[in-house]
Design a binder for this molecule. Structure first.
Ligand SMILES: *Cc1c(COP(=O)(O)O)cnc(C)c1O
Length: 371
């Protein structure tokens, strides 16, 4: 497989610098203002902090560059997902969402969309196309799915959805624009939680929506402005700062995951493992076709919840935490949230620790589980 480096990560770092005048700060200024100086008639510039903010607009500029599509920033991944759905459905719409994807997307559908007359159908990611995709106004896919790491075939789905006149939204959180490019694979809209790898330091929530569909873009922008769920300038600043090192962190995290997955797969305590980069993984062939990297998430199953907790809590280089994508390796037993997984199922988010140091710590903790 080619190991594509991020196509434009270098130019991304200089997007702002190449437009600076002498004496301007190289780092992105934080514009912390709700008001703008507006004497006389409004001529179209920044008017009010819910509609315009230079800091979040620069974050959008950088994200748009990575996505190669107009992009809107949102205060969380769920805010971006809500915008994508509320911008595209209406009473009477039928939508398809994954039954094994990020659980809050399902809760949003069940708790709110259904009350508004939207029919919400769920299917597992590994069998997403079974039963056909005709008859859905909006298909919302997540690949690899979180936390099971199943994949679905985005070009095939997009072809079927478009042939039936529907719209395809893809949650690309687990891969980031550097690891998978849903718009290039046929999606109409990509959404992501930048709380994860793009922020990268577990200190900020943020999300974005990118689309080349002008109607969806306009509706999502209005949803944000009228609904009022806008990114805070300080958070946008932090997310932008995270984005500047995404390429180097993502590269390290994916490379380390490649190494650890092989070793975990061979470990006698590991009953099951899912990682799209393993040749034995059911998703490997598809992963090679549609992903630039195999990601930094690995799922393993140990014999019991007790073993899983002992492994996680006994490893000094693993933080026991939910969420993923940070510089610190983290892990959790997903059954504690009610996911339909085995009691000993662990999602590991590989961080930026050096691979050998991390493996030594993991191996020692696995050893101690049965000692
Ligand atoms: C975390 C996550 C979200 C939600 O993002 P927030 O920033 O927490 O709102 C959505 N989709 C996936 C796949 C996620 O992992």
């Amino acid at each position: 497989m080619d190991t594509p480096t991020a196509p434009k990560a270098g130019a991304m770092l200089h997007l702002r610098g190449n437009r600076l005048s002498e004496g301007e700060p190289v780092a992105l200024p934080l514009t912390q203002s709700s008001m703008y100086h507006l004497p006389g008639d409004w001529t179209g510039g920044p008017s009010y902090g819910r509609a315009d903010n230079a800091t979040w607009e620069h974050l959008e500029h950088v994200l748009a560059y990575l996505e190669d599509a107009p992009t809107l920033a949102f205060p969380s991944g769920m805010a971006a997902i809500s915008a994508a759905l509320f911008a595209t459905v209406k009473a009477g719409s039928r939508i398809l969402i994954p039954s094994d994807g990020y659980y809050v997307t399902r809760r949003l559908g069940e708790r709110f969309l259904q009350n508004l007359g939207v029919e919400v159908v769920q299917r597992p990611t590994a069998a997403f196309c079974e039963g056909g995709l005709a008859g859905f106004d909006v298909v919302f896919a997540e690949t690899p799915s979180n936390p099971g790491l199943d994949l679905c075939d985005l070009p095939a789905i997009s072809e079927e959805v478009h042939a039936a006149g529907g719209l395809l939204i893809v949650d690309n959180t687990t891969m980031t624009p550097l690891g998978q490019r849903p718009l290039e694979l046929g999606a109409d809209v990509v959404v992501a939680s930048d709380t994860k790898a793009p922020g990268g330091h577990s200190d900020v929530l943020m999300g974005h929506l990118a689309t080349r569909n002008a109607d969806v873009l306009q509706a999502a922008r209005e949803w944000r402005q009228f609904g009022g769920g806008i990114p805070g300038p300080q958070e946008a600043w932090l997310a932008h700062r995270g984005l500047e090192t995404l390429e180097v962190r993502f590269d390290r995290m994916c490379s380390t995951a490649d190494v650890l997955a092989e070793r975990l797969a061979a470990h006698p305590l590991v009953r099951q493992i899912r990682f799209p980069g393993l040749a034995s993984d059911p998703s490997h062939a598809l992963a090679k076709q549609q992903m630039a990297r195999f990601g930094f998430l690995i799922s393993i199953t140990l014999d019991s919840a007790e073993q899983a907790d002992a492994f996680i809590n006994g490893c000094p280089l693993i933080r026991a935490a939910t969420s993923f994508g940070g510089v610190h390796t983290s892990a959790e037993r997903r059954a504690r949230w009610g996911d339909a997984v085995a009691p000993g199922f662990i999602r590991i988010s590989v961080g930026t620790e050096p691979a050998e140091e991390l493996w030594q710590a993991m191996q020692a903790s696995l050893q101690a589980v049965v000692a």
